[in-house]
Design a protein around this ligand. Structure first.
Ligand code: SAH
Length: 213
């Protein structure tokens, strides 16, 4: 039997070995208990580096991918961050420890409700969970310093690019949903948008419109 401290050390070691080396990202991930975001009988796999099923046929991403995306986003303490794809709320919880304010949107109301409860139970109060189609971003809260999309689109949605501040960073998977996708980092400077490919990933698809559940 290994205890919680040992399990957490192994979790952080696994993250580092996958390239998550930024101390602030590792610090934020150390603070969030992934077990609190995983349901029932999968809870004992919470510290394994694998995606796991959550409600509504969706998945909580693999911790190393959460770490690599968070690291690429380079969130600053005063930042306002938008996440598209709340899922379990785990990625939003990690971001909450790095940013001033996080807005996270999901098209499944069930996931929104569950994530709100989990975040409150973790004493996280700077995350607003919104029910809706994240393809359109959140025009009322825009522009954002950082945008992260945790579902794959064929191309970066135009409204999200439009809601990214100058000096801002957006990280998202792009590609067909049934194939390997690329994690892309988009930066906006005075001259416009720049694209960098980071690594191959596999995410559930970004689906237009809101779900019925
Ligand atoms: N970041 C999550 C994992 C996301 S799984 C976590 O930490 O657990 C991808 C999520 O994107 C799913 O919950 C799915 O419902 C959501 N999604 C897909 N298309 C969407 C859209 N158009 N708008 C908002 N959410 C969307």
């Amino acid at each position: 039997m290994i205890d919680d401290a040992e399990r957490k050390m192994q979790f952080l070691f696994a993250l580092r070995s996958k390239g998550v080396t930024d101390p602030r990202t590792l610090g934020a991930m150390e603070k969030v208990d992934r077990g609190a975001f995983v349901r029932g009988h999968f809870a004992d796999r919470a510290y394994d580096d694998m995606p796991l099923p959550i409600s509504c046929g969706q998945t909580i991403s693999q911790p190393s991918v959460v770490g690599l995306m968070t690291q690429a986003l380079n969130v600053q303490p005063r930042d306002k961050v938008l996440e598209v794809g709340t899922g379990s709320g785990y990625q939003a919880a990690v971001l909450s420890h790095l940013a001033r304010r996080v807005y996270t949107v999901d098209r499944h109301r069930t996931l929104v409700r569950e994530a709100e409860k989990r975040l409150a139970a973790q004493d996280i109060h700077n995350v607003t969970v919104v029910s809706g189609d994240g393809c359109f971003g959140l025009p009322d809260q825009a522009p954002f310093d950082r945008i992260i999309v945790t579902a794959a689109a064929e191309d970066p949605p135009g409204p999200l690019l439009a809601q990214l501040k100058t000096g801002g960073i957006m990280v998202l998977p792009v590609g067909q949903s049934d194939a390997v996708q690329s994690l892309i980092k988009v930066t906006r400077d005075e001259d416009g948008l720049n694209y960098h490919e980071l690594l191959p990933v596999r995410f559930v698809p970004l689906v237009e419109g809101t779900a019925t559940d």
